[in-house]
Ligand binder design. Structure first.
Ligand SMILES: NC(=O)c1ccc[n+]([C@@H]2O[C@H](COP(=O)([O-])OP(=O)(O)OC[C@H]3O[C@@H](n4cnc5c(N)ncnc54)[C@H](OP(=O)(O)O)[C@@H]3O)[C@@H](O)[C@H]2O)c1
Length: 354
């Protein structure tokens, strides 16, 4: 049953005993800039060095975001003894290679989403990290937001009864360019890997692994999935209905509905947002929740960094809130969905050519 007062969030407050790790940055593009700014503003973490494929870009990133050291190439970064953890924010196609090199150099890794392009790659990185005894974690920042802990508590307390459905969408209108990484298959482009993964990790957090994956979608002329609708069936009987596209900006909202209650996450659901919670009976009181921390937008990337530092301080080699096995399982679902969409597309083309 829905409580009269919503639970307090668990917050990864900085400066509460976590080690002040020394970070190296690989892939100094858009999100890396937001991540470094968030670390400076809201954590006790130290950003020591940035690696680019070009000295000019490394220097301009370092001066814009206040990073002391610059290097050219990943190997030069990994050779530094003053780096504990590497944040990998290259296009997805490079994630596995960079992560494996960093792990081989004895560094912990925080790898932007998607962790890798395929589940096979993720399994390889996971095995390497486990063998090396370093922490590997997907930078799925949604999992470390205060709101995620409120949702987890409500579900664990049985407030929703038996969960029946998860709905979520993530669409962005990306102007077409054959050079944009999202339209390039060789860089791991496509809606599912870049945007849809947020809906999939959300469904996975609530319902676990699906028993069946059914995907329909469309492809760009460049050969990546442009839009995808997924139906995930689960052994419990619950279903998830998920939508993603790189062609249109959707509400980016999400909901979880159970036999006794419902949680609605206002758009943008995977970032700091507001929640509404109500009971199953008509006319039930709507409870509202808003993040009390004041950390908004991409500044909330800071939570995952403090979480990682706390996990390292606790001697963990993976996130208890988002295990590597779960990261692999979500990529297995994406592998399946991408294959179904590509096969249907190929069959339709063959049919049209007859
Ligand atoms: N958590 C989030 O909210 C969020 C948001 C956006 C993106 N992301 C993820 O973060 C990653 C980076 O996304 P982004 O939008 O920041 O990308 P971006 O702006 O294009 O930056 C990626 C950087 O990676 C480097 N790079 C290394 N190898 C490359 C290659 N083969 N092709 C192109 N660039 C290469 C480039 O820097 P140099 O050339 O200087 O080395 C480039 O600036 C992606 O995995 C994406 O899914 C996460």
């Amino acid at each position: 049953m829905i409580p009269t007062v919503l639970p307090d969030p668990d917050v990864f407050t900085a400066g509460t005993g976590e080690p002040s790790l020394r970070w190296g940055i690989v892939g100094p593009g858009w999100i890396a800039g937001a991540f470094v700014d968030a670390l400076h503003r809201h954590t006790t973490q130290q950003v020591v060095a940035v690696a680019s494929r070009s000295q000019d870009r490394a220097e301009s990133f370092a001066s814009e975001h206040g990073v002391e050291h610059t290097v050219v190439g990943v190997e030069a970064l990994l050779a530094r003894s003053d780096i504990d953890v590497v944040y990998i924010a290259t296009p997805q196609s490079e994630h596995a290679t960079v992560a494996l090199a960093a792990i081989a150099a004895g560094k912990h890794v925080l790898v932007e989403k998607p962790f890798t392009v395929t589940a096979d790659e993720a399994r390889t990185v996971a095995a390497a990290a486990r063998a090396a005894g370093v922490l590997a974690m997907e930078a799925m920042w949604s999992r470390y937001l205060p709101q995620a802990s409120v949702i987890r508590k409500l579900i664990a307390d049985g407030a929703l009864g038996t969960v029946q459905s998860v709905l979520a969408d993530h669409g962005q209108a990306i102007p077409f360019s054959p050079d944009h990484r999202l339209f390039r298959p060789e860089l791991g482009g496509g809606a599912l890997l870049d945007l849809g993964i947020y809906t999939l990790q959300f469904a996975s957090m609530v319902l676990g692994n699906p028993s069946t994956v059914t995907a329909r979608g469309t492809m760009t002329d460049t050969g990546v999935d442009a839009a995808a609708t997924l139906i995930l069936d689960h052994e419990s009987g619950a279903q998830a209905a998920l939508f993603t596209t790189i062609l249109a900006r959707t509400p980016m909202a999400a909901s979880i509905a159970g036999t006794e209650g419902t949680i609605v996450l206002d758009g943008v659901f995977y970032a700091p947002t507001t929640l509404k919670v109500w009971g199953a009976e008509h006319g039930s009181t709507v409870l509202h929740w808003a993040d009390p921390t004041g950390v908004q937008g991409f500044d909330a990337l800071s939570w995952e960094a403090t979480a990682l530092a706390r996990f390292v301080g606790d001697g963990r080699t993976e996130s208890p809130l988002h295990t590597i096995d779960e990261t692999v399982a979500v990529l297995e679902t994406i592998d399946t969905a991408r294959a179904q969409i590509a096969d249907a597309h190929d069959r339709a083309l063959a049919e049209a050519a007859r």
